[in-house]
Write a protein that binds this ligand. Structure first.
Ligand SMILES: [Zn+2]
Length: 172
């Protein structure tokens, strides 16, 4: 069977958005990450049973929103939590191989919040959670995914929902 014949199952319920980071350094250029993942996913398909990128949206460093899996199909991003959730991945989140850091760009946050607003328009209200809030790593020493304060993210989101701006976007 070729990959063009693969059909993922449709998701029956959509109640949550689960946010991830790509665990890569900020110097990754936009437009490079997603093709690399697609190649990796294709290569890994036989070994891991994965048929493609497991996230629905990938927010690149320049704020480009790249499409992964079809939004109505069941993702493969958070084991045990995929049946009712949409997975979004922010590219970045590391300063080097070892160290997590909240190094995301304002344009990534704007793109993320605009995407979340569009999804709420389509599916109704959705909880927005960080991967680590719903699933702990087995190794508790690993940093959170994404390495951000999710309460701050939710507060920023509610500001964005009312103003279509980030808190620190100034007056322009
Ligand atoms: Zn994650």
């Amino acid at each position: 069977m070729t990959s063009s014949l693969v059909r993922y199952k449709q998701r029956a319920d959509t109640t949550r958005i689960i946010l991830h980071d790509s665990h890569t350094t900020p110097d990754i250029r936009s437009g490079e990450e997603v093709p690399r993942w697609k190649a990796l996913a294709k290569d890994g398909a036989l070994r891991m049973g994965l048929l493609g990128i497991g996230y629905h949206f990938i927010i690149e460093r320049d704020g480009t929103v790249a499409l992964g899996r079809e939004v109505d199909q069941i993702g493969t991003h958070t084991p045990g939590h995929n049946l009712d959730s949409i997975g979004i991945c922010l590219v970045g989140g590391r300063t080097d191989r070892e160290t997590a850091s909240d190094n995301f760009e304002a344009r990534q946050w704007r793109a993320l919040f605009a995407t979340i607003c569009a999804l709420k328009g389509r599916y109704g209200d959705l909880d927005v959670l960080g991967h680590s809030e719903v699933q702990r790593y087995r190794n508790r020493c690993l940093p959170d995914c994404p390495p951000v304060d999710m309460d701050d993210v939710r507060q920023e989101l509610s500001i964005y929902e009312h103003t279509r701006r980030l808190r620190n976007d100034g007056t322009q």
